[in-house]
Design a protein around this ligand. Structure first.
Ligand SMILES: *[C@@H]1O[C@H](CO)[C@@H](O)[C@H](O)[C@H]1NC(C)=O
Ligand SMILES: *[C@@H]1O[C@H](CO)[C@@H](O)[C@H](O)[C@H]1NC(C)=O
Ligand SMILES: *[C@@H]1O[C@H](CO)[C@@H](O)[C@H](O)[C@H]1NC(C)=O
Ligand SMILES: *[C@@H]1O[C@H](CO)[C@@H](O)[C@H](O)[C@H]1NC(C)=O
Ligand SMILES: *[C@@H]1O[C@H](CO)[C@@H](O)[C@H](O)[C@H]1NC(C)=O
Ligand SMILES: *[C@@H]1O[C@H](CO)[C@@H](O)[C@H](O)[C@H]1NC(C)=O
Ligand SMILES: *[C@@H]1O[C@H](CO)[C@@H](O)[C@H](O)[C@H]1NC(C)=O
Ligand SMILES: *[C@@H]1O[C@H](CO)[C@@H](O)[C@H](O)[C@H]1NC(C)=O
Ligand SMILES: *[C@@H]1O[C@H](CO)[C@@H](O)[C@H](O)[C@H]1NC(C)=O
Ligand SMILES: *[C@@H]1O[C@H](CO)[C@@H](O)[C@H](O)[C@H]1NC(C)=O
Ligand SMILES: *[C@@H]1O[C@H](CO)[C@@H](O)[C@H](O)[C@H]1NC(C)=O
Ligand SMILES: CC(=O)N[C@H]1CO[C@H](CO)[C@@H](O)[C@@H]1O
Length: 844
């Protein structure tokens, strides 16, 4: 209890110090400014010392205009090298932009609006400091718009639109068990701000891996980090897609995903033996529920040791047969790996780790750092050591050599988590907050205990100490694991990691961690997915039906309705909980699951096309409403609804017992996705849309399709391998003002590393001109042979006025028209999407 009071005291001290004029720190003065071809450099000289001593009085400033839309501001100690994050590949400097004002970084893209996007000049009122740069404390402030609209700074569970009333966001990877408003598994020091006056977005990224926090205030924000340097990148936008594209240019675009990743996944901790696993797979089939991938949690291991199979409950030969059967049935197999390697002589991963010298070293003993995790006392591979790659590779390869063909890997516990031997595993979350830190730090970001349940920050890695590398551990492990799997399989791979760092999405994917079986966890999964998509990690989902705690039939029904729209859709459960496979909660849940999952499978061509553009450009799959409607302030805080691509607006039920749901429909044409019924008609004299209450019986999730969009679909099946071979369908929703719509399809074999020579890529266009509607396809590529056999069968158009005649490739063709709903249906087309075709109809 005393320690908890000390923690409060610390916070008080911090706030106090900044309110007090006598502790105002004016920062550094800039001199010796040298213009160069790509920007300028200058010397920074400290005006007066900062709060905690060990100031670095002389600093260098380097401002580089790296691209037309990106500036890098680097502030570092020219006399003593400090820790710098090693991984960002700089894109060549493309342009030499206008001169900028000192202290005020202006970017010419937004000069027209006279906008200053990052301004470190402290105000005359001295409400906040100039730059402080000390050995263990760096602070920089930037003026923002008034009550700014800021998004990002993950990973945490919080409102999507961040609180700017003196709220502090801590970034330091931690298994904080899905508590709200605390630093969770990943670190993404990137935010996007929307300026309300201009409706333009820009982004700011600080490339720093040390524990840090950011305080958002009504007119400025404060970065505080305890190590490294200031290496700040500003992306000028101006649309959200521009900003995310510019950010992922820097940290890396997502790889092309394997097609099966979009199927449904089943997992659970607590499948006690292989027979249980077999039954689960059988039951999915028996209930005609789609299932693409079966996952094994730590249960498969022998005493929780990596790279082993439990000889009694998961005999390796039988696992091999099980996996072969999965593959025969067009299904896939993924297993978990944890970083901790059990200290046990005779266990090859331990013996080799010792002889290869690849474990993290304790600063005290200079021996491999030892701490308990699932198997007991463990050592931890150091992924900064170049030798660790071949070590890790050897043991992954061994699984394949022994005949168990993995389709992906799941890397968990890599924040990095260790168990505190002095505590019970089941301790309450309250006790986690208690301050028990023993590192001697003058400032502790957010006052959180940095040494709690992790490898001591003094521990030694090959390239630095854990103090600098801690938050990058999971990223490095996932990156190595992904690269090893790619080398082994020579196909696109699938690595899901709990811990992430900026740039993770270039290598691997993510799930939102160990949540609860609660309506709250279901609701907050939306902001989690939106954030990760913003950070360049498009393939992400939360544990459907919830991980910890017992689910209910109703919760599970609502969750699978929502989860069927997750980019990554997996049911996962904790040990000792009520079974929650989608067939295990009664007929009604089974029926609902089947319907929504079959709908998911029908939408996979649309999702896959979105993933292709995400890979090419960085575009997020899930989008907050504010992304597409920045001129409408009603959208700024919405995080209970989301868009999939630009075309689908999902309004899930997130509350128990609800039979209706409220949603906001921005000013546009919206049609009920299922029936084609008009929900809202665009009114170009208005900026705002409407709040609507929609019926939401237990078996319905409300989805709207936006006027102006065409989405590709396929007849669903129980696996993606089968649904890929089923006929195509196009669903179009017509813009009421222009009578037009457009859409895209990208399709390839879904697994080869490079399918640029063997893919088909199309654009669909519907236009209206003087009484006639013209539907045409534009073929960008038509090299994927499957599309010569898997044909377009059906087309459905929502919002069509009365039709008199319809022609397909200039020949009159039958159609169905519902004049009440204004829905046009055309069937039995049998057209190859690899060839151009045209549909025309006449409206009376
Ligand atoms: C800092 O720079 C000033 C002026 O450039 C110089 O006189 C001083 O020696 C430098 N101090 C250190 C510690 O390098
Ligand atoms: C934020 O904190 C500062 C410094 O303590 C204080 O002056 C200001 O009133 C606070 N603003 C709000 C909106 O709480
Ligand atoms: C915003 O953050 C401040 C400071 O932490 C807190 O007092 C306030 O309650 C928060 N507001 C909301 C709406 O959560
Ligand atoms: C971490 O290591 C340092 C230096 O080796 C040691 O002084 C400290 O007690 C350790 N902290 C914890 C929490 O084990
Ligand atoms: C880092 O790893 C390499 C290769 O294993 C080794 O040669 C080198 O000595 C290591 N350096 C440190 C500082 O541990
Ligand atoms: C969850 O349900 C199981 C039975 O399926 C029961 O043993 C357990 O106590 C329940 N746990 C909670 C937290 O309700
Ligand atoms: C589930 O669907 C089946 C087949 O359509 C139907 O016979 C059954 O009544 C449904 N059960 C429930 C509870 O909705
Ligand atoms: C559009 O909105 C304006 C203002 O509310 C209203 O007067 C007008 O009737 C609306 N137009 C249509 C077509 O609904
Ligand atoms: C919609 O409802 C929200 C919350 O109920 C409210 O804050 C907002 O003002 C409403 N917007 C419109 C356009 O009616
Ligand atoms: C899908 O079609 C391809 C090409 O015709 C074929 O090779 C493959 O076996 C089919 N897959 C399934 C699951 O039927
Ligand atoms: C469409 O046809 C229906 C009956 O077929 C008629 O009542 C309606 O007025 C027509 N609408 C238009 C816009 O022509
Ligand atoms: C929110 C929640 O349930 N958190 C729990 C998630 O699961 C982990 C692992 O079981 C727990 O430690 C968390 O408390």
């Amino acid at each position: 209890m005393k320690k908890f009071i000390a923690f409060i005291g610390l916070l008080f001290l911090i706030y106090n110090s900044f309110a007090d004029e006598s502790t105002y720190y004016p920062g550094y003065s800039l001199s010796n400014v040298q213009q160069n071809s790509g920007g300028f450099t200058g010397d920074l000289t400290m005006i007066s010392p900062g709060p905690y001593g060990d100031d670095i009085p002389n600093l260098s400033l380097n401002v580089e205009y790296q691209t037309e839309t990106r500036v890098r501001i680097k502030i570092y100690d020219p006399n003593n090298a400090r820790w710098e994050v090693p991984k960002i590949k700089l894109i060549q400097i493309k342009s030499n932009l206008n001169q900028i004002k000192l202290n005020q970084i202006k970017l010419n893209q937004r000069e027209l609006n006279n906008e200053v996007l990052f301004n470190t000049t402290p105000p005359d009122t001295h409400d906040y400091n100039g730059l402080i740069f000390e050995n263990l404390y760096i602070e920089i402030n930037s003026k923002t718009a008034k009550n700014p609209n800021i998004y990002g700074l993950g990973e945490r569970i919080y409102d999507f639109k961040l609180n700017t009333s003196n709220h502090t966001y801590v970034m330091f990877t931690k298994d904080n068990g899905n508590e709200e408003d605390v630093n969770l598994y990943g670190v993404h020091p990137f935010y996007i701000e929307l300026r309300e006056e201009t409706h333009l977005f820009h982004g700011v990224f600080i490339l720093n891996s040390n524990a840090m926090d950011v305080t958002l205030n009504p007119d400025h924000l404060t970065y505080r980090t305890i190590g490294g340097i200031l290496d700040i990148y500003i992306f000028t936008g101006v649309s959200i897609d521009d900003v995310i594209s510019q950010y992922t240019d820097l940290v890396g675009k997502p790889p092309m995903i394997p097609y099966f990743a979009l199927g449904f996944h089943q997992c659970r901790w607590g499948y006690k033996d292989l027979d249980v696993c077999k039954t689960v797979v059988e039951q999915y089939k028996a209930h005609q529920l789609p299932l693409d991938t079966f996952w094994m949690d730590i249960d498969y291991m022998d005493e929780h040791k990596d790279f082993t199979f439990d000889p009694v409950n998961y005999p390796q030969e039988e696992v091999k047969e099980f996996v072969e059967q999965l593959h025969e049935d067009n299904q896939h197999y993924v297993i978990i790996l944890d970083p901790g390697i059990k200290v046990e002589e005779g266990y090859a991963p331990y013996d080799d780790g010792i002889s290869d010298g690849i474990f993290i070293i304790s600063a005290d003993t200079k021996l491999p750092y030892t701490a308990p995790v699932w198997p007991g006392e463990c050592n931890f591979p150091d992924f900064t050591n170049p030798k660790t790659y071949s070590y890790w590779s050897k043991f992954i390869q061994q699984i394949f050599d022994e005949g168990i063909i993995l389709d992906g890997l799941w890397v968990d516990m890599n924040e990095l988590v260790t168990f505190d031997s002095s505590e019970e595993l089941s301790e309450s979350s309250e006790s986690k907050k208690v301050e028990r830190d023993s590192i001697n730090l003058p400032y502790v970001p957010g006052g959180v205990n940095l040494n709690y349940r992790t490898v001591n920050l003094s521990a030694i890695h090959n390239t630095s100490i854990a103090f600098n590398l801690h938050s990058m551990y999971g990223f490095m492990e996932a990156k190595a694991t992904a690269s090893i799997l790619t080398e082994t399989k020579k196909t696109r791979i699938f690595v899901i990691s709990r811990s992430t760092y900026a740039g993770h999405g270039h290598h691997a994917f993510h799930w939102l961690g160990d949540n609860y079986s609660t309506y709250k966890s279901m609701a907050t999964s939306i902001q989690g997915i939106l954030n990760m998509n913003m950070f360049g990690i498009p393939l992400v989902g939360a544990d459907i039906c919830g991980f910890s705690g017992n689910t209910t039939a109703e919760l599970c029904a609502r969750w699978i309705e929502l989860g069927s729209f997750y980019p990554f859709s997996r049911d996962h459960n904790s040990i000792g909980m009520k079974s929650q496979e989608l067939y295990a909660l009664g007929d009604q849940v089974t029926n609902i699951s089947r319907n929504v999952l079959l709908n998911r499978y029908s939408l996979i061509p649309y999702y896959y096309t979105l993933f292709y553009y995400s890979h090419e450009i960085g575009t997020p799959i899930w989008r907050a409403l504010v992304y597409d409607f920045p001129e409408d302030p009603n959208t700024y805080s919405i995080d209970k609804q989301f868009l999939v691509g630009n075309a689908l607006l999902v309004t899930p039920v997130l509350e128990e017992g609800a039979t209706s749901v409220e949603g906001y429909f921005p000013n546009s044409d919206w049609y009920d996705y299922w029936s084609g019924e008009k929900i809202l008609t665009k009114n170009s004299t208005l900026t705002f849309g409407k709040n609507l209450t929609l019926d939401a019986p237990l078996d319905k999730i409300n989805v709207a399709i936006r006027g102006g969009y065409i989405i590709p679909k396929q007849e669903p099946a129980l696996t993606t391998a089968e649904s890929r071979n089923n006929s195509f369908e196009l669903l179009a929703a017509i813009d009421s003002e222009t009578g037009s719509a457009s859409g895209k399809l990208f399709f390839d074999d879904g697994i080869s590393l490079d399918t640029s020579q063997n893919s088909s890529s199309l654009i669909f266009e519907l236009t209206y001109f003087s009484g006639f509607s013209y539907f045409e396809t534009y073929i960008l590529e038509s090299n994927y042979d499957l599309l010569n056999h898997v044909l377009l069968d059906k087309m459905t158009f929502y919002g069509v006025d009365n039709i008199t005649t319809l022609w397909v490739n200039n020949i009159k063709y039958p159609f169905e028209y519902d004049s009440t709903l204004k829905v046009l249906r055309i069937k039995g087309l049998n057209l190859s999407l690899n060839e151009r075709f045209q549909i025309i109809w006449k409206t009376n």
